[in-house]
Design a protein. Structure first.
Ligand code: ARG
Ligand code: ZN
Ligand code: CA
Length: 243
C-alpha cells in the first residue's frame, strides 16, 4: 500500500427515541476521533509508555463522512444478529459495502457497546455497529465510554485486528510486536501491569484492542498497522477500496 488510504464512511442511524437520533455533530465527532486515533493525532498519544514508544504507530488511514441515513423504528433493542443491516427486518441495508465503510448507530442492548465484521464476510452485513450511547464524543453522560474509542476498537476489528489477548488465556492476536496478555483488561490499569504468560511481559493495556475504558486506550502498534494495511493491498479482502 503506497497511496494514502482514505475510507468513505456511511452512517446509518436507527432511532426510537430522540436521544437515539444522534445529531450530525455527534456523528462527525466519531469521524474526528477515528481520524485522530488512526493518525497518531490523539492528545493522549504521548502518554504511551517509553517501553512501547518504538512500536506505537501512526496508522495513516483517513475517514471521510459521505452520507448519513436515518430511519425511525419501534424496536427497543437490535441485538447482534445483524437485523439492523436488513431492510426486511426494519433496518438499513449497507451502501456500497465493498467500497465504503458502513457504520450503524442503534440500541444494541445486552450491555454491548459495539461489534464489527472482520474482512472476508458477506458484503450484505459488512461494517461496524455502535450503540448510539457510545457513538462519538458523548459527554460525561456515557463515561467511561464517552471518547469515541468504541468506534476506534470496532474499526480495528473491521480492519482485521483481533483482541490483544487473542480471546484466550495468553492467546495470540497474530501480531508479533504486541505482548501476550493473560486476558482482557478493564478500567484503566496501573502501569506497569505484568502478564503471567510466557516471558512475563508488561502488557500493552493502552492498546485500542484491549477492553479498557476509553481514556485507558490510545495506541495501535506497527504490527497492527501492517496487518490493517494488508487487507487493502492488491489481493487483500478489502482491495476493492482501491488504495
Ligand atoms: N466490547 C466491544 C467489542 O468487543 C467494544 C469494547 C470497546 N471498548 C471501549 N473502551 N470503548 O468489540
Ligand atoms: Zn472487540
Ligand atoms: Ca501479540
Amino acid at each position: 500500500v503506497n497511496g494514502k488510504i482514505e475510507i468513505p464512511v456511511i452512517v446509518n442511524v436507527l432511532y426510537r427515541t430522540a436521544a437515539q437520533n444522534i445529531s450530525d455533530a455527534q456523528i462527525q465527532s466519531q469521524i474526528d476521533v477515528l481520524n485522530k486515533d488512526f493518525n497518531a493525532q490523539n492528545s493522549d498519544y504521548n502518554s504511551v509508555p517509553a517501553l512501547f514508544s518504538g512500536v506505537k504507530a501512526n496508522v495513516g488511514i483517513t475517514f471521510v463522512l459521505e452520507k448519513i441515513n436515518r430511519k425511525s423504528t419501534t424496536k427497543t433493542s437490535w441485538g447482534t444478529n445483524n437485523a439492523m443491516k436488513k431492510t426486511a427486518q426494519g433496518g438499513i441495508a449497507p451502501t456500497s459495502p465493498t467500497t465504503k465503510l458502513n457504520m450503524w448507530s442503534c440500541a444494541i442492548g445486552g450491555g454491548i457497546l459495539g461489534y464489527a465484521q472482520f474482512p472476508g464476510g458477506s458484503s450484505s452485513t459488512d461494517g461496524v455497529v455502535i450503540d448510539s450511547r457510545y457513538f462519538g464524543l458523548s459527554g460525561s453522560a456515557n463515561a467511561p465510554f464517552n471518547l469515541g474509542r468504541t468506534g476506534t476498537h470496532e474499526v480495528g476489528h473491521w480492519m482485521n485486528l483481533r483482541h490483544i489477548w487473542g480471546d484466550a488465556n495468553c492467546g495470540s492476536d497474530l501480531v508479533s510486536d504486541t505482548p501476550t496478555h493473560n486476558t482482557a483488561n478493564y478500567g484503566v490499569p496501573a502501569y506497569p501491569h505484568y502478564s503471567t504468560c510466557s516471558g512475563t511481559p508488561v502488557e500493552m493495556t493502552m492498546n485500542y484492542m484491549d477492553y479498557t475504558d476509553d481514556n485507558g486506550m490510545y495506541m495501535f502498534s506497527t504490527g497492527q498497522k501492517n496487518r490493517m494495511a494488508a487487507i487493502f493491498a492488491s489481493g487483500g479482502p478489502r482491495a476493492a477500496f482501491g488504495i
